[in-house]
Ligand binder design. Structure first.
Ligand code: FAD
Length: 554
């Protein structure tokens, strides 16, 4: 087989390369922040490595609300710069991956005593459009009560004043992260999952590399690099502590939970961003066969590696939905999946989690470690630009070499070679026609949204199977994600490569035994490995669908 820079089957070669190369920059953390940095630096011509202690996007970057949004509530907090930057970024990221960053209309019901008044919303959404250069028919509309109920008949009528109707984008955070990493690898970055940074290597008091542990072979791996950036999200302070540079500002971990119900249990016609009785606001977002609802925002002090939705979190979200959509009567038993993530916020004394800024922050240690935390999924490209500018400046001062400016606003992400969004729609339609004879037309949208034009490679693999059915399509996907996306485990596949753990939960059991048999062939899994893998997946399914109280989770 040809050399594939992102193949799980070529891990040995990648491990060798990461130890044999003297890098310009090593990035710790394979979430969206690290992925954006790796891509920015690699496309400027730096020799880059990125390591992730678990799977790519397994931290916060698979647990967000999955919106590429300007953050209307930040306008309310008068964070104009943040709104302008994230607002502009939405359109840029959409052009880089139009199959993955999809236009999504949002309905904001205005209610008596709610967070947003009619005039302020009309003005605010207009400013929001201007800041984000939203044009033409995508500009916000203000709807009367009657028209609001026509758009969304399930809304509570009592106290409803009307609504704002405006443009946002929806994505899959884990896939956006992985496509950034794959694109970085195509530009020469060496990226590895399951490689954990344990300590730093110093020379004359300056960081010159990392001591890592391979989580698969348990071997030690040393990496040499001129610069090291920690983009470890909620774990940033742990690494600053190891680096003995944890002083001044520090992180505050805020937990956010989402629940997933079948679309027929909450059949909203478009995304709704609505008030809840405690003064917060949450989203209900339809996504093919499901609707997901979130989020909570509460201080978290538990184990950073084991974050689960509690019974109380789920009850809060159910209550919020039942308050705004009174005919719905959602119950605990309607919840088929969920996820919980940690916002790595910068601590601000005296503020509640919801009030704390979502701005990013760079910490520079005297020994050279650069850490970046905070921020948003939406702002990842600008965060990367800022911190790589900093490295480029230091590089020039020390080594007299110039790497120039960012060019990631023009670097199309893998799978995203569509001229415009209409081409995505046409491509999806044509694919549905192609898959129709095999009763697979329903998967066309899923395939295009997940893989974009890379769907062709999956379909070529499917051609090799005499029968073209759901099981063989799943096997072709698995083959693709192992060879091109570094899938190593059942959870990598079902959670972060395909999103089935969240959005297609019932389909998992239908393919599980066959998928395990495939894994066994690719990686020579023995019976013990199979048992561990299967148990881990089934335990996760249970943790995401059967909830324990806060007390039991401690
Ligand atoms: P992470 O994704 O957590 O990545 C850090 C990575 O570092 C992890 O994968 C971790 O395993 C790895 N790591 C840690 N220690 C080590 C080590 N020693 N060695 C190697 N690797 C290590 N933003 C939006 O724009 N839109 C939204 O809709 C949105 N909704 C959100 C909803 C919720 C509930 C939450 C929690 C956040 C939301 N956000 C949203 C914010 C956004 O998700 C985060 O800002 C972003 O995902 C953070 O990415 P990150 O890469 O910094 O952190």
């Amino acid at each position: 087989m040809n050399k594939l820079p992102f193949s799980a089957l070529q891990r040995h070669e990648s491990l060798q390369k990461i130890q044999d190369t003297s890098f310009d920059l090593v990035v710790i953390g394979g979430g969206i922040t690290g992925a954006g940095i790796a891509l920015d630096a690699a496309t400027r011509g730096m020799k880059v490595a990125l390591i992730e202690k678990q799977d790519f996007a397994s931290g916060t970057s698979s647990k967000s609300t999955k919106l590429i949004h300007g953050g209307l509530r930040y306008l309310k907090q008068l964070e104009i710069k943040l709104v302008r930057e994230t607002g502009t970024e939405r359109a840029i990221i959409h052009t880089l991956a139009p199959h993955l960053v999809l236009p999504e209309k949002m309905l904001l019901p205005l209610v008596e005593g709610g967070s947003y008044g009619k005039l302020a919303t009309s003005f605010g959404l207009r400013v929001y459009d201007v800041l984000a250069s939203v044009k033409g028919k995508d500009r916000r509309k203000m709807l009367s009560k009657k028209n609001t109920l026509l758009k969304e008949p399930l809304l509570k009528e009592e106290g409803l004043l009307g609504s704002g109707y405006y443009a946002e984008y929806r994505t899959d955070d884990a896939r956006l992260t992985i496509e950034n990493l794959k694109t970085a690898a195509n530009h020469g970055a060496v990226c590895l999952n399951y490689l954990s940074a344990r300590d730093f290597i110093y020379e004359d008091g300056q960081v010159i590399g990392l001591r890592c542990a391979d989580q698969i072979s348990q071997e030690s791996v040393n990496i040499q690099s001129k610069f090291v950036i920690s983009a470890a999200g909620p774990w940033v302070d742990q690494l600053r502590k190891i680096n003995q540079s944890l002083q001044g500002k520090h992180l505050f971990h805020s937990k956010g939970v989402h629940i997933v119900v079948p679309h027929e249990a909450l059949p909203v016609q478009q995304s709704v961003y609505f008030d809840v009785p405690d003064g917060r606001m949450i989203f209900a977002i339809p996504r093919q066969r499901v609707t997901y609802i979130g989020t909570t925002d509460t201080e978290y002090k538990g184990d950073l590696n084991r974050v689960f939705p509690s019974l109380e979190d789920v009850a809060y979200l159910l209550q919020a939905v039942n308050f705004m959509f009174p005919s719905i009567h959602l119950k605990l038993s309607d919840v088929e999946s969920s996820w919980a993530g940690l916002r790595p916020l910068i601590h601000e004394e005296g503020k509640s989690p919801s009030e704390m800024s979502r701005k990013d922050e760079v910490f520079e240690a005297e020994n050279g470690l650069i850490s970046i935390a905070g921020g948003k999924l939406t702002g990842y490209r600008k965060m990367a630009e800022r911190v790589v500018d900093l490295v480029a400046k230091k590089y020039k001062e020390k080594y007299k070499q110039n790497f120039g400016k960012t060019r990631t606003d023009r670097v199309i992400l893998s799978g995203g070679t569509f001229i415009h969004y209409q081409e995505v729609l046409d491509y999806t339609k044509a694919l549905a026609q192609k898959l129709k004879p095999y009763q697979l037309a329903d998967y066309a949208q899923y395939l295009v949204n997940n893989y974009g034009k890379q769907t062709e490679t999956i379909l070529q693999k499917l051609e090799q199977y005499p029968e073209k059915n759901f099981l063989n399509l799943s096997k072709a996907e698995l083959w693709f994600t192992i060879n091109y996306e570094m899938t190593h485990s059942l959870l990598d596949f079902y959670e972060r490569r395909t999103g089935r753990l969240y959005f297609y939960m019932p389909s998992i059991r239908a393919s599980l035994d066959e998928i395990i048999a495939e894994f066994q062939q690719y990686f020579n899994w023995d019976e013990d490995t199979i048992a561990v893998e299967k148990n881990q997946l089934l335990q996760t399914i249970q943790d995401l669908a059967e909830f324990k109280s806060e007390k039991e989770l401690v």
